[in-house]
Design a protein around this ligand. Structure first.
Ligand code: KG4
Ligand code: ZN
Length: 339
């Protein structure tokens, strides 16, 4: 065990948020600054990787300095640095990694490379009062990932299953596009669903009995597309709220059922849901109700810690540095998930 970091600066640039945070003693979050590029990418109906990396270049220094200012510390006071190393958009990750290397290595400070999905799981521990107890089953559900893990300790995370095609958040974004709604689709669909009927359309649920802990959302997306085309051909008004509510319910049903089955199969008492889609209120409510029914405890980070942020990278980095898991100066980013 190495000396735990006292003041840690974390950098996150895996997708379209430039984020930085300062964490003290692995528990006090002194700042959490996020510069979103959502408005820029919304014009294109999705993330344009080339633009994302250029915007990170423009924002990273400002965001990191803002995080230091809000924390009331100087870069010299920082004794370790953590950065998202992957998975994500390579051009975006490279900006964060280069910046973090410069901050760390120019002053001989340790640098941890953090897996983005692992960081989402660690977000569950940012608020002490709502943190899960080990062991727990964690569902990470975001724009790029839909995966189940068994978590036995901060650094002991075992893969259970994941999506075979689209991530749940990706399905939200694509269905929003089909319905002519703005990017990102998740928050818009969630809002419109409140006024819609959840049983207006019976969209398919991919249960995948041979691999019960895997997910698939591409068939659901195609089914929504076919339904919309059919309604359009009838020349009647598109029932957007009903379509949103029915689609959202199909996603939530599958996420809840498979996560609960995994928790029961693993014999754990806690279920945690993290990642951007975990800020969906219908998912949180349904998951909580289902957990209560089965005598399980449920938790999910505050919505600000569900979508991409620096705080989760800081906590993940804290545990890595504390255990001596450091990056070398020639470390590179990775685009796809790896153990
Ligand atoms: O974790 P995140 O910020 O970035 C990735 O790691 O992908 O997640 C972004 C995803 C987007 O697909 C977005 O549509 C979805 O999370 N999302 C939501 C909600 N808020 C964000 N999906 C459903 N309901 C929401 N309220
Ligand atoms: Zn994410």
């Amino acid at each position: 065990m190495k000396r735990p970091p006292r003041l840690l600066l974390a950098i996150e640039t895996s997708c379209d948020e430039t984020a930085a945070a300062v964490l003290r003693e692995g528990k006090d979050l002194l700042s959490n600054v996020i510069a979103s590029q959502v408005k820029i990418h919304a014009e294109y109906g999705g993330i344009v990787p080339e633009i994302a990396s250029r915007k990170h270049v423009e924002s990273i220094d400002f965001v990191a300095k803002q995080a230091l200012n809000e924390a009331g510390v100087r870069l010299d006071d920082i004794d370790s640095v953590a950065v998202t190393q992957g998975p994500g958009l390579v051009g975006s990750l490279v900006v964060g990694l280069s910046y973090a290397k410069a901050c760390a290595f120019s002053a001989g400070k340790p640098l941890a490379g953090v897996n983005h999905v692992y960081a989402h799981l660690m977000a569950c521990f940012l608020d002490k009062e709502t943190a899960p107890e080990f062991p727990f089953v964690g569902l990470v559900v975001s724009g790029g990932h839909t995966s189940l893990y068994r978590v036995d300790d901060y650094l002991s995370v075992d893969f259970i299953g994941s999506t075979r095609d689209d991530a749940a958040g990706e399905a939200f974004d694509k269905v929003a596009k089909i319905l002519g709604l703005p990017y990102p689709g998740g928050p818009v669909i969630s809002r419109l669903s409140i006024k819609g009927k959840r049983d207006a359309f019976s969209f398919p649920r991919a249960w995948l009995p041979d691999t019960p802990f895997d997910f698939s959302f591409s068939g659901l997306k195609t089914s929504v597309l076919q339904t919309v085309r059919k309604i359009e051909s009838m020349d009647v008004e598109i029932p957007v709220a009903d379509l949103c509510a029915s689609f959202q319910e199909a996603v939530v049903d599958v996420l809840v059922a498979k996560t609960l089955q995994a928790a029961l199969d693993q014999g754990v008492k806690w279920v945690a849901v993290a990642g951007g889609v975990a800020s969906n209120s219908r998912l949180r409510l349904s998951m909580e109700r289902a957990c209560i029914k089965k005598g399980l405890n449920f938790t999910s980070p505050r919505p600000i810690f569900c979508t991409d942020n620096g705080a989760m990278v800081a906590l993940a980095g804290f545990h890595k540095i504390k255990n001596g898991l450091l990056l070398c100066s020639d470390a590179d980013v990775y685009s796809r998930m790896r153990p």
